[in-house]
Each structure stands twice: as structure tokens, then as C-alpha cells.
Design a protein around this ligand. Structure first.
Ligand SMILES: Nc1ncnc2c1ncn2[C@@H]1O[C@H](COP(=O)(O)OP(=O)(O)OP(=O)(O)O)[C@@H](O)[C@H]1O
Ligand SMILES: [Mg+2]
Length: 319
């Protein structure tokens, strides 16, 4: 058996988030003409959010993904390295790095336009070259967004199979409820493979085919060894064996919830890898995720100092 070296290997999408918004003119994107917006921001996004958050918390992490052979791909890798993440990014000559265009409306509504680009070309062969990372890790994380197209879908399933063979635990976030609806069998398969299931309430409802919260809990209780249902401002519901723990979130002024789910996953994995009691895992995950919602962008993590003092408080409260 290989010695464990990483808390988590994150496999998935290399994405930039490009925000444009608060249009003064009601005619957005005037056809054939020029429109102006009064807010814009380009930020690192994609599955690297989970690796970045985990590294900031003090976890040892690595990231596997595919980018275009362009300056954006290189910058994404450079940024993860700067944060202390070990990287295995493959480069595709024929496609650009993925990006998500996020249009913010004045009323708080957000519309997404996703260009997956090079991400879809992550192959089984690429995963084969990354096995040394997977087998040296406690957890492997992936999300349903990376199931969008072949060959990436098969590559992710190969990573999951490799994780199983090497006793690396699998964390799976389905990503979005409409993805489950279009291919329920695939998401059921991923749920059966995983050790930690991280749906939000809509996704949990979709996969269990029920809208009643108690029914959702009963249906998911005996599926994965641990399930954490993310409930937005209401925090999360953790289920391990027969135990069901509801953990309320923190009262924050939510400005942009992009990346809240990813931040939640980072902190939950950190808590599990460090054997925190279950309720503390939920509290840390809620706190870390709630902080991210207070500014625009998925990687507005709290400072290292705030993280240290929050964890210290959690530990003191346990005594
Ligand atoms: N308004 C909020 N106030 C406090 N905490 C929040 C708020 N929104 C989200 N959170 C925290 O973030 C976690 C994840 O958010 P959410 O339940 O929206 O998951 P998600 O839908 O997977 O997120 P995403 O939109 O990033 O995919 C919640 O479980 C909670 O801990
Ligand atoms: Mg989510």
C-alpha cells in the first residue's frame, strides 16, 4: 500500500468565471451594437475552487484537470501552485480553456453561459498518468459537471474506479439537479460508488424522486456512508449511519452564492480528513461557505487568521 500523502485529490474542470453586470441600459447585449456594463470581474473558478479552499484551510491537496494550451491554462495552474496545490494539468492544443460567463442582473438574478472547452477532452489516458496521486490520497473529489461530455466522463469514472481499488474515499457533488434529470442512471451509479455524497436540497430531491424533506432523508440515509445535504442559508443536514444531524448556517449578508457549494466541500473534506466530530465538520463547512457568499466571486475565502481562530473556537467549545 502506498503511503498517504494528500488529504484530497480534486479532479475536474479548469474554468474562469467572467462576471458582467448591473447594466444601466435595459437593452442588454444590443444585437450588432455595443452595450455597456458597470460591473465586471474575471476570477478563477471551476473545480479548482475546492482544491484552493482546502489548501487554504491547511489541507494537502492536488488537482487534476485539462486546460487549453493558452496563457489562461498556464495562469490557472500557476495560481493553484501558489496556493500550495500540487497540480497535474494536461494541455490541449486545439481547444481554449473553459469559461463561464455570469451575467448579473440588477435584481440579483444570475444567468450562466458555460463554455467547457478543453475540459471535455480529459481522457482515461490522462487519468492513467495521474494514478500515483489518486492512490496516495485519503479522498478523491469530483462533481457531476465533469460528466457533461466524453471522454471526460469516462476519465472521471476511471479515477473513481482507481480510487476504490486503492481505498481512497470518494466525495461526489452532483452539481445541478437538471444534470441528474437528464441522466439519472449515471448519477445513481456515482452515488453508489461514493463514500461522501454532497447534494444540495434540489439535487437530493431529484435523485430520490421526492420533494418531502423527511422522505428525502429516509431515502438517502442508507445510500452513501456519509451524506451532507446543503440547504443554502439553512445550513446542512448530515447523515451518517442512523444519525441525522441538522447544522444551522451563519447569518451573513449573501451577495453572490457562486462557489458556496465548492467552499462547503473544501471545509467538509478538511474536517473529515482531520477527524473532527461530525457536528464540527458541519459547522466548519457552513461557516467557510457562508463567508464566500458575502462578496462576488467563488474564491472569496476567509483569511488564514480567521480560519485559525474559528477552528480554535470550535475545538474549545468541544472541551
Ligand atoms: N445565504 C446563505 N447564508 C448562510 N450560509 C449560506 C448561504 N448560502 C449558502 N450558504 C452555505 O453554503 C452551503 C452551500 O450552499 P448551497 O446550499 O447553495 O449549495 P449549492 O447549491 O451546492 O451551492 P452552489 O450554488 O455553489 O452549487 C450551505 O450549505 C451553507 O452552509
Ligand atoms: Mg452545488
Amino acid at each position: 500500500m502506498s503511503p498517504v500523502e494528500f488529504d484530497c485529490i480534486v479532479i475536474g474542470d479548469v474554468m474562469y468565471d467572467v462576471y458582467v453586470g448591473y447594466f444601466a441600459d435595459p437593452i442588454h447585449f444590443l444585437k450588432g451594437g455595443t452595450s455597456y456594463c458597470n460591473f465586471a470581474k474575471i476570477d478563477f473558478g471551476g473545480t479548482g475552487n475546492v482544491a484552493s479552499g482546502l489548501a487554504l484551510l491547511g489541507g494537502k491537496t492536488a488537482f487534476i484537470g485539462k486546460a487549453g494550451n493558452d496563457c489562461w491554462g498556464r495562469l490557472y495552474e500557476e495560481n493553484l501552485k501558489t496556493k500550495g496545490v500540487t497540480t497535474r494539468i494536461f494541455y490541449e492544443d486545439k481547444l481554449f480553456t473553459g469559461l463561464t460567463l455570469i451575467r448579473l442582473e440588477g435584481d440579483g438574478e444570475r444567468s450562466f453561459c458555460v463554455f467547457r472547452g478543453a475540459n471535455d477532452t480529459l481522457s482515461e489516458h490522462d487519468v492513467g498518468k495521474s494514478i500515483y496521486l489518486i492512490r496516495r490520497s485519503k479522498y478523491l473529489y469530483f462533481s457531476g459537471y465533469s460528466f457533461a461530455n466524453e471522454p471526460q466522463r469516462t476519465a472521471i469514472l476511471k479515477a473513481a474506479k482507481t480510487a476504490k481499488e486503492h481505498k481512497t474515499k470518494i466525495v461526489f457533488d452532483p452539481g445541478a439537479h437538471n444534470l441528474i434529470r437528464s441522466e439519472p442512471w449515471l448519477f445513481a451509479k456515482a452515488l453508489d460508488l461514493c463514500d461522501v455524497f454532497l447534494p444540495n436540497l434540489d439535487e437530493a430531491s431529484e435523485i430520490t424522486n421526492t420533494t418531502n424533506e423527511d422522505d428525502i432523508i429516509s431515502a438517502l440515509k442508507n445510500r452513501a456512508p456519509l451524506t451532507a445535504i446543503k440547504c443554502g442559508k439553512d445550513g446542512c443536514i448530515l447523515m451518517r449511519k442512523k444519525r441525522v444531524v441538522r447544522v444551522p448556517s451563519f447569518n451573513v449578508k449573501c451577495v453572490d452564492s457562486t462557489g458556496a457549494g465548492d467552499a462547503f466541500a473544501s471545509a467538509l473534506i478538511f474536517g473529515l480528513a482531520n477527524n473532527f466530530p461530525l457536528r464540527n465538520v458541519g459547522q466548519l463547512a457552513n461557516w467557510f461557505a457562508s463567508q464566500v457568499t458575502t462578496r462576488i466571486g467563488a474564491r472569496n475565502f476567509p483569511s488564514k487568521r480567521d480560519i485559525r481562530s474559528f477552528i480554535k473556537e470550535l475545538k474549545n467549545a468541544e472541551k
